[in-house]
Design a protein around this ligand. Sequence first.
Ligand SMILES: *Cc1c(COP(=O)(O)O)cnc(C)c1O
Length: 599
Amino acid sequence: MDATEFRRRGKEMVDLIADYLENIEQRPVYPNVEPGYLRSLIPQEAPEEPDTYEDVVKDIERVIMPGVTHWHSPYFYAYFPTASSFPAMLADMLSGAIGCIGFSWAASPACTELETVMMDWLGKMLKLPEEFIAGTHGQGGGVIQGTASEATLVALLAARSRTVRIILANDPQRPETDITSKLVAYASDQAHCSVERAGMIGGVRMKKIPTKQSNKYAVHGETFLKMIQEDKAAGLIPFYLCATLGTTPSCAFDRITELGPICNAEQIWMHIDAAYAGSSFICPEFRPLLNGIEFADSFNFNPHKWLLVNFDCSTMWVRDRSDLIGAFKMDPLYLKHDHQESGLITDYRHWQIPLGRRFRSLKMWFVFRMYGLKGLQDYIRKHVELAKEFETLVRADPRFEISADVILALVCFRLKGSNEMNEVLLKRINNGKKIHLVPCQLSGQFVLRFAICARTTESRHVREAWRIISQLAEENEPPPRDTAEMDGRRTPTVPRCKPGQLRSDPGGNVDGGDVLNPPLVSPNHLLGGCCGDGRRNPRRGCHPRRPSRRLGGVRTWCGQRLAYVRCQPQGATSAPRCPGAAANAPRCPVAAAPSSFRC
Ligand SMILES: *Cc1c(COP(=O)(O)O)cnc(C)c1O
C-alpha cells in the first residue's frame, strides 16, 4: 500500500468506523458464538502471497464482528465503561503515524513534554495538591501508565524500595532479605484483584482489610490501625496501603481522610486507586470524594474508563518523583543523552516497568481541547443522572432492592429473594443478548451491576433496559419448592431452553463470583448445552434447582435442562456430561474445537 492508496483506504476506514458506531445499537450487544468459533473461519497459516485489501475488509463482518462484544453499544452495562470518543480516535491515528517510542526525553521530546503538561492540566482539573503538579521545578508530577494495575504495582515496588532504604539507613547491618520478608501491604477486601496481584508480583504479603455493609463497604481508619498495630507487634513491617476510591463491585469509597494520617505517621506509602471514580473528581460536586488526597504518596485513575480517552491511558501522579526513579533506575550507555539529569527534563522510562511507551498524551490533548472542562463535566453528570434514573425505576418496583448507595453511574440491585433467583435472572438477561450486565457479590449476596457505559447511552436506552429486566423478572418467578419434583416424580416447570440448543454462559456464578474474577465472566472452558431431547432428567443430580458437583475446581450445575460440560485437555478421559442426557445430547458444541481440547 502506498500513500495514494492509503489516502483512499483511510477515508473508507473512517466511514466504516463511523457506520459501525452510528449503527451499533442494532447489533446484539453480546456475541452468539461458542469458544473456538474463529479458528474454523480463517486459514490455519498466514498467506504465502499477499491478500487484497478488499478481502481483508470483507472478513471484518464475516470473522470479527460475530465475536465482538460491543462495549460501545448503548445497551452495554457491564463491568465499568471503557472510553471512546472521536477526537481520541483521531489522535490515536496520529500517534500511530508518528510511531515514536518515548522512553526518554531525547527519544522524542514532544512525547515527553506533552505528557508532562497534559498530566499537569488534568491534575489541575482534579484540583490535586500542588506537590503532585510537575510545573517546571516540581518534585512530583504525573505519568501515563497503561493500566491501573500497572500503577498499583509500580507504586508498591517504589514503596518497597523506599522502606528498605529507610530501614537500612538506620540499621545498615540488617540483611535486606530480612526486611523484605517482613513487609506487609494492605488493601480493602473490596479492592480490585489487580491489587492482590501486585502483592504477588512484588513478592510481599498482602492483607485484606475487612469491610462491612453497615460501613458501606469502606475501609475505616480504626480497622486499619488495629491491623497494623497487631502486625507490628508480630514483627512485621507495614509499608503500603492501596486505598480504593470507587471499588469495582459497588463503587465504595475508603476513608482516606482517616487512613492518610495513619499512613503518614507510620511511614506507610498510601496509594489511591480511583480507576473508575477518578474521572468524576473534575466536577466540583464530586471533588469532595477525593478529600484526603493530600496525605497520599501516589494517586491513579483511568481516563480510559470514563473520561473519553480511548484505551490505554491510566494517569498516575506521585508526590515525590525521586521515590519512583530511585526504585527503577537503570542507565546503560545506549540510553544516555546530553540533557540527562539537567533537572529540566523527564525520562519516563524510570517511571514505569517497560522501556517503550506510545505517544498517548496526544489523545488527552485532543480530548481536553475539543470537549473543554465543561464538556467533560457535562458528560460525567449525564451518566450519573442516567444511573439515578435507573435507580428510581428499580426502587419503584417492589420485587427489587438497591444493594449499595448510588453515588456515581453504577447501580447495584437485585431481586428480593435467593441468590439463585438472581443468577437465573442474570442468565436470562445475558442470554437475551439485547443488554449486557455482570454480577458482583456483596455480603454473600448475588447482585446485578448496572453501569452506564457508552458515550451514546440515553434515557430511552436505560428505560428499554429496565423494561427487559423487569419483564424477564416476571417470567422468573420461582416455582414452589416441591418435594415430588425433587424426587424426580414429576416434571419440573422451570426449564425453558429448547432441546438441543447450545449456549455459553456469560453470567458468572455466585461462588465468590464478581467482575473481578475473569474466569467467571468469560468462562471459555465452560460450554453449556441442553440435556438434549428435552426429556425429564431421571437422576436426582440433575434437578434444576440444585447445584451439582464441582469439576476441576469449576462449579457446574445441571439445571433447567442446561448441562455444563467442561472441555478436557487432550488425553483426558470422557468429559463429564449431564447424567440425564440422552445419547444424542450434549456433544461437543464447538464444531471446530481447538485442537488442544477435546470435548
Ligand atoms: C477497572 C479497575 C481496575 C483495573 O483497571 P486496569 O486499568 O484495567 O488495570 C483497578 N481498580 C479499580 C478500582 C477498577 O475499577
